[in-house]
Design a protein around this ligand. Structure first.
Ligand code: CP
Ligand code: NVA
Length: 304
C-alpha cells in the first residue's frame, strides 16, 4: 500500500481530519493523567529542518519519545542535503531507514519531490506556502474551548502567508467561513482563493473581517526567509494588528490565536497574549497532542 502523506490539509478527508482532532484531544487528556502509551515503540521519525523552529521540533521529538519511538534531528548544515545531494536521492535513502519523515523547508516543491520518492509517510512541517500541522492544533484548540467551528466565522488579520493559506484549506475542510484582511499586494495565492471562493473572502479592513467573528487569528508580518523585507513590511502592515479594540468587534465569545512566535507591538498589541480570550498557550501545547495523533494515523493507520 502506498504511504499516505500530510503535505497539505487536502491530503486527508474532512472526516479523517475531524477524527484526528478528536483523537488529539483524547491523547491530551490521557497524557495529562499520566497514561503511558507506547504505540510507536521502536519507530523512528526523521526530522529535516531547513528553517528554525521551537514548537515544531520540540513537539515532534517529544511526541515520538512519549509514544515509545525516537526522532532524528537533521539539519542541512550536518547532512549531505546541505551539500547538494538531490532531494529524491535523499528521500530514497532516508525513507529506507525510518518510519516517517517530517520536513520544514522553503519551497513547497521540495516536500512534494521528497514525498514522491519516499516509501514512508512525509509530513509538511512548514513550507513557504502551507503549515498544515499548525491547523490541526488550532482546530483542536478551538473545539476544546468552544465546540465545533463548523458554520462559524474566522477572521485572519495580516499577511496572506503559509498560515493564512492553510486556514483557507481548513475553511473548506472544517466547514467555516474565512475573512482574510490583508494589505493590497499581500493577498494569498489567487488560484487557491478561487478554489475556495465559497468559503473565503478577502477584504482590506481588519474591522470588516473581525466584526462578529468567532475566532481572530494572525501571524508575523515577515515570515522566515523574508528578513530583508522586515522594515518595509512594518510600514505596510502597521494597521493590521489584533488588539483588545479589534477583539471587541468580534463575537463576545470569540477566541484569539497565534501560531507563535509573536511580535508584541507589531501584529499583536503588548497585552494580547494575556487577553482573557487568548488561547495561544493551549494552541502551542496542542501541537504535541495533534501531531501524536497524526503520527499514529500515518504510521499505524489508527485513530483510536
Ligand atoms: N508555530 C510554529 O511552527 O513554531 P516554530 O517555528 O517554533 O516551530
Ligand atoms: N509564517 C511564519 C510561521 C512561523 C511558525 C513563518 O513562516 O515564518
Amino acid at each position: 500500500m502506498a504511504a499516505r502523506h500530510f503535505l497539505t490539509l487536502n491530503d486527508l478527508s474532512s472526516d479523517e481530519l475531524e477524527s484526528l482532532v478528536d483523537h488529539g484531544t483524547k491523547l491530551r487528556n490521557d497524557w495529562r493523567q499520566g497514561v503511558v502509551r507506547e504505540t510507536l515503540k521502536n519507530r523512528v521519525l526523521a526530522m529535516i529542518f531547513e528553517k528554525s523552529s521551537t514548537r515544531t521540533r520540540v513537539s515532534f521529538e517529544a511526541g515520538m519519545t512519549q509514544l515509545g519511538g525516537a526522532a532524528l534531528f537533521l539539519s542541512p548544515r550536518d547532512t549531505q542535503l546541505g551539500r547538494g545531494e538531490p532531494i529524491e536521492d535523499s528521500a530514497i535513502v532516508i525513507s529506507s531507514m525510518v518510519d516517517a519523515v517530517m520536513i520544514r523547508t522553503f519551497s513547497h516543491d521540495t516536500v512534494d519531490a521528497f514525498a514522491a520518492a519516499s516509501r514512508v509517510p512525509v509530513i509538511n512541517a512548514l513550507t513557504d506556502d502551507f503549515h498544515p500541522c499548525q491547523l490541526l492544533a488550532d482546530m483542536q484548540t478551538y473545539r476544546e474551548h468552544r465546540g465545533s467551528i463548523r458554520g462559524g466565522t474566522v477572521a485572519w488579520v495580516g499577511d496572506g502567508n503559509n498560515m493564512c493559506q492553510s486556514y483557507i484549506n481548513a475553511a473548506t475542510q472544517f466547514g467555516f467561513n474565512l475573512r482574510v484582511a490583508c494589505p493590497e499586494g499581500y493577498e494569498p495565492d489567487s488560484e487557491l482563493l478561487k478554489t475556495h471562493q465559497d468559503r473565503v473572502s478577502v477584504v482590506h479592513d481588519p474591522a470588516e473581517a473581525a466584526r462578529g467573528a468567532d475566532l481572530l487569528v494572525t501571524d508575523v508580518w515577515a515570515s522566515m526567509g523574508q528578513e530583508d523585507e522586515q522594515k518595509a513590511r512594518q510600514r505596510v502592515f502597521q494597521n493590521y494588528q489584533i488588539n483588545p479594540s479589534l477583539m471587541k468587534l468580534a463575537d463576545k465569545d470569540a477566541l484569539f490565536m497565534h501560531c507563535l512566535p509573536a511580535h508584541r507591538g507589531e501584529e499583536i498589541s503588548a497585552d494580547m497574549m494575556e487577553h482573557p480570550r487568548s488561547v495561544v498557550w493551549d494552541e502551542a501545547e496542542n501541537r504535541l497532542h495533534a501531531q501524536k495523533a497524526l503520527l499514529e494515523f500515518l504510521i499505524l493507520n489508527r485513530l483510536d
